[in-house]
Design a protein around this ligand. Structure first.
Ligand SMILES: [Fe+2]
Ligand SMILES: [Fe+2]
Length: 190
């Protein structure tokens, strides 16, 4: 049920496979940021009734973060600094001000980030099978959870204002399609 209008660029997978240790460090930061993002969404008045669900997502993301850290340790990869993703910051830069506008835009951005993670983890689960079976299984084990986060954030935006959420989803899907074609030479998931 992913709605994306542009495929993951063909040069993404070879770039990822060229430096899996760096990708795993980037992935650890992605899960860490996903946990803090779920908590940040709790600042919006429209989401006060959803705080228990957001806490559950934050806990799940924190568990994912720990799983990636465990993987780094087992593989002798040092946890190191994060790099900014032009795709993520491009989406985030378009979040409008104003309580209602902001919460809807923020939820849709989060939904698309979760959705792209879900899609890319599926690709990795398939493509890593013959290269690194354990890592392929790890990515396969995360697909359902990230897919649920994608759907939950989208439904939260629609529950606030159906029409506005769909209008902004259309805007963000176009922006995603444009940004995902942009260059990012670093071995990053996004
Ligand atoms: Fe996650
Ligand atoms: Fe997630």
């Amino acid at each position: 049920m992913l709605l994306f209008r542009e495929r993951v660029p063909a040069d993404w997978l070879p770039k990822i496979l060229s430096d899996l240790p760096a990708v795993l460090v980037d992935h650890a930061h992605l899960e860490r940021k996903a946990a803090t993002t779920a908590l940040n969404l709790e600042k919006y008045r429209d989401l006060y009734p959803r705080v228990p669900e957001l806490n559950a997502i934050a806990i799940e993301e924190l568990q994912h973060f720990q799983l990636v850290l465990d993987l780094l340790k087992r593989r002798g990869i040092a946890f190191s600094q994060p790099y900014p993703s032009p795709w993520i910051s491009g989406l985030m830069k378009s979040i409008r001000n104003g309580q209602r506008h902001q919460v809807i835009d923020h939820l849709i951005c989060c939904s698309l980030i979760e959705g792209r993670s879900c899609e890319k983890f599926q690709i990795l689960a398939r493509e890593l099978r013959s290269i690194d079976g354990a890592l392929a299984e790890f990515y396969a084990s995360l697909v359902e959870s990230e897919g649920n986060h994608y759907a939950t954030y989208l439904l939260m935006a629609r529950a606030i204002d159906d029409t506005e959420a769909d209008r902004r989803l259309d805007f963000y899907l176009e922006l995603d399609a444009r940004l995902i074609r942009g260059p990012n030479p670093l071995p990053m998931l996004h």
